[in-house]
Design a protein around this ligand. Structure first.
Ligand code: DGL
Length: 276
C-alpha cells in the first residue's frame, strides 16, 4: 500500500455520478476527487448482472491502479449489481485495506424518516429495479415500510439527449409516475434511485401528487461519506486534501465536456482513458 495520500475515486457509467460528486464537493470541499465515467459502455441500466459486474470491477481496478484507497460507486446500477461481489470477493484479494462504497446503503438508511404514510416509491433503471436491492436493504432498516418500484428505462436517454427539460419528456415522466401511483396511491415519498434523475426533478415534482417528497441522493450520500470518514480516521488520513477534481471518460472528451456541466453545475475539462 502506498503511504502517499490519494484522491477519493468517484465512479459512474457516464455522467450521472457528477450529480453525486457535485454534492460531495459542496459537503467535503477539502478532499481531492478523481471522477471516471465509463461513457463508452453506458448505459449500464439494461445490461446483465455479469456484464455490469465485469465492467465495474475493471473500473474499480483502474481507480486502484491510480492509487485511490477509497472509491464511491456513484451509480445505482453498479451499486445494485456489482458492489457486494466486489466488496466480498474481489477486495480481499486485491487489497483488504482499500474500500469501495455505494449509493444504495446510505439512502436506505434514511428513507423511512421521510415517509408519514409508510409507503415509498423507488424510481430507477431496469437493472436496479430487477436486482430488488432497494426493497431488500430498506427492509433491514425500516421493516414495516412498504416499498414500490418502477423501472423508467426512457429517463436516462431523455437526460443524455438533453430532452430532460423539454415537453417531450413529459409523456414518459407522467407514464411512469402513473404506473407507480397505481400500485399504491398512498406513496408520499419518492426516491430518485438513479444518479441521472435529479435533472428531471422539476418535472417529477410537477407530475407527482401535491405534497410528495422527492429525494435526490447527492446530499444523502455526501452526509454519509462525511460520517464514514469521521468514523474511519485510518481511511481519512489516506485521502489527499488539495480541493481538486480530476475527470476521466472512456469516450470522447469533447462530448463529455459539452454534456458534463449540466450534471456538475460548472464547466470542466476531462481526459480520455482506454479500458481494454
Ligand atoms: N447512473 C446510472 C444509475 O445511477 C444510470 C445510467 C446507466 O444506465 O448507465 O443507475
Amino acid at each position: 500500500m502506498s503511504s502517499v495520500q490519494q484522491p477519493i475515486g468517484v465512479f459512474d457509467s457516464g455522467y450521472g455520478g457528477l450529480t453525486i460528486l457535485k454534492e460531495l464537493v459542496k459537503t467535503l470541499p477539502e478532499y481531492d476527487y478523481l471522477y471516471m465515467g465509463d461513457n463508452a459502455r453506458a448505459p449500464y441500466g439494461p445490461r446483465s448482472f455479469d456484464t455490469v459486474y465485469h465492467y465495474t470491477l475493471q473500473c474499480v481496478q483502474w481507480f486502484f491502479d491510480q492509487g485511490c484507497e477509497l472509491v464511491v460507486l456513484a451509480c445505482n446500477t453498479a451499486s445494485a449489481k456489482a458492489l457486494r461481489t466486489v466488496q466480498q470477493k474481489d477486495l480481499p484479494k486485491i487489497d483488504s485495506k482499500k474500500r469501495v462504497l455505494g449509493v444504495i446503503r446510505p439512502t436506505t438508511e434514511v428513507i423511512g424518516q421521510y415517509s408519514k404514510s409508510g409507503s415509498v416509491g423507488i424510481l430507477g433503471t431496469t437493472g436496479t429495479v430487477i436486482s430488488e436491492s432497494y426493497p431488500i436493504e430498506i427492509a433491514k432498516f425500516f421493516p414495516s415500510l412498504k416499498v414500490y418500484q418502477e423501472a423508467c428505462p426512457m429517463w436516462v436517454p431523455l437526460v443524455e439527449n438533453h430532452e430532460y427539460d423539454k415537453p417531450g419528456a413529459d409523456y414518459f415522466i407522467q407514464q411512469h409516475l402513473d404506473r407507480l401511483f397505481r400500485q399504491a396511491p398512498d406513496i408520499d415519498t419518492l426516491l430518485l434511485a438513479c444518479t441521472h434523475y435529479p435533472l428531471l426533478l422539476e418535472k417529477i415534482q410537477a407530475f407527482a401528487p401535491a405534497g410528495t417528497i422527492v429525494l435526490s441522493q447527492g446530499m444523502i450520500v455526501a452526509a454519509s461519506l462525511k460520517e464514514y470518514l469521521h468514523r474511519h480516521p485510518e481511511m481519512e488520513q489516506r485521502c489527499s486534501k488539495q480541493g481538486t477534481q480530476t475527470f476521466y471518460t472512456t469516450d470522447s472528451v469533447v462530448d463529455f465536456d459539452n454534456h458534463a456541466s449540466i450534471f456538475f453545475g460548472e464547466k470542466l475539462r476531462s481526459k480520455h482513458l482506454e479500458l481494454l
